[in-house]
Design a protein around this ligand. Structure first.
Ligand code: R5P
Length: 313
């Protein structure tokens, strides 16, 4: 069997390197740069003919550039006769527009699925898709891993006194219930409404949080409106400590300032997205790595081994 190759775009070089360190291989060499007119120029410096290949690229900020870069890399590998191309997308952007909930709006998650498939991807490997149903937008295999093993280990490490797991909105209740089950603790759910792109209001919390350590889990922290509002409400309802764990730290717009000002004891995100500017100043911030999770999934996919055990929710 020929050695497999792992390449990376420019979205998250630190994570790509860690994945390769886990796999004990070198990152595939390539020259990737911008032409003066803004188009991308790519040249692979590795032979990929007949090989199993992986491209690591988060479609995080700058989203459009990173997405286009991924598509161009897939095209390049396809034309260089790679045997199989897996798009490894630690953070899958454009996933939050996954249905028409009003007239005259696009379904960007489906568009991205079409683009990836059209470019020539044979499989997708990702982590905590915003909605698991997005897998059905593809007619190729999609492995949707969960960051929950790394987040659960973090939660256990900060465990202190009676705990309640809190879903910051109704949409995330199922995932939060699974965390509560694993930790053997109670569940509470916040009734949140989004009033604009960067503003959410948390009206009430269903469940008892008074005198407890409240752990809020979410898939994405974008503007941090959801988490900061949730934190305010939990404090108001008497939570002793507030801990937040999220898979993807998008941290855009006012997020960093909001999180610096918020009354959060510990905040954990993963490295699916590079840390936003200024975010290192957020008190109690921990960045957990998903590199071993991704590395192990890549190893198993290459060897046709089961990856189901990495899906633990
Ligand atoms: C909502 O459905 C998601 O799970 C997150 O709660 C949301 O995307 C977070 O956005 P923001 O940080 O801007 O409130």
């Amino acid at each position: 069997m020929k050695e497999f190759r792992v390449f990376a775009g420019r979205s998250n070089p630190a994570l790509a390197q860690k994945v390769c360190d886990y796999l004990g291989i070198s990152l595939g060499r390539r020259a990737l740069e911008d032409f003066p007119d803004g188009e991308l120029s790519l040249k692979l410096h590795e032979d990929v003919r007949g090989r199993d290949t992986f491209i690591i690229q988060s479609t995080c900020h700058p989203v459009n550039r990173n997405l286009m870069e991924l598509l161009i890399m897939i095209d390049c590998l396809k034309r260089a006769s790679a045997d199989r191309i897996t798009a490894v997308i630690p953070y899958f952007g454009y996933a939050r527009q996954d249905r028409k909930d009003e007239g005259r709006v696009p379904i960007t998650a489906k568009l991205v699925a079409n683009l990836l498939t059209g470019a020539g991807a044979d499989r997708v490997l990702t982590i905590d898709l915003h909605a698991a149903q997005i897998q059905a937008f593809f007619d190729i295999p999609v492995d949707n891993l969960s960051a929950s093993p790394v987040l659960t280990a973090f939660m256990e490490s900060v465990d202190n006194g009676p705990i309640v797991m809190v879903s910051p909105d109704v949409g995330n209740a199922k995932e939060t219930r699974a965390f509560a089950g694993r930790l053997g603790v109670d569940l509470a759910i916040i009734d949140k409404r989004r009033v604009s792109g960067d503003k959410a209001v948390s009206y009430t919390v269903i469940g008892d949080v008074a005198g407890r350590t409240a752990i809020m889990v979410d898939d994405i922290i974008a503007t941090a409106g959801t988490i900061v509002e949730g934190c305010r409400l939990l404090r108001e309802r008497g939570a002793k400590r507030v801990i937040v764990a999220a898979s993807h730290g998008v941290l855009c717009g006012p997020a960093v300032k909001r999180l610096i000002d918020a009354d959060i004891d510990h905040l954990a995100i993963t490295d699916t997205i590079p840390l936003a500017e200024g975010a290192a100043q957020i008190p109690g911030l921990r960045v957990l790595s998903v590199s071993e999770l991704l590395g192990e999934a890549i190893r198993r996919i290459h060897h046709d081994e089961s990856v189901s055990s990495l899906f633990i929710k």
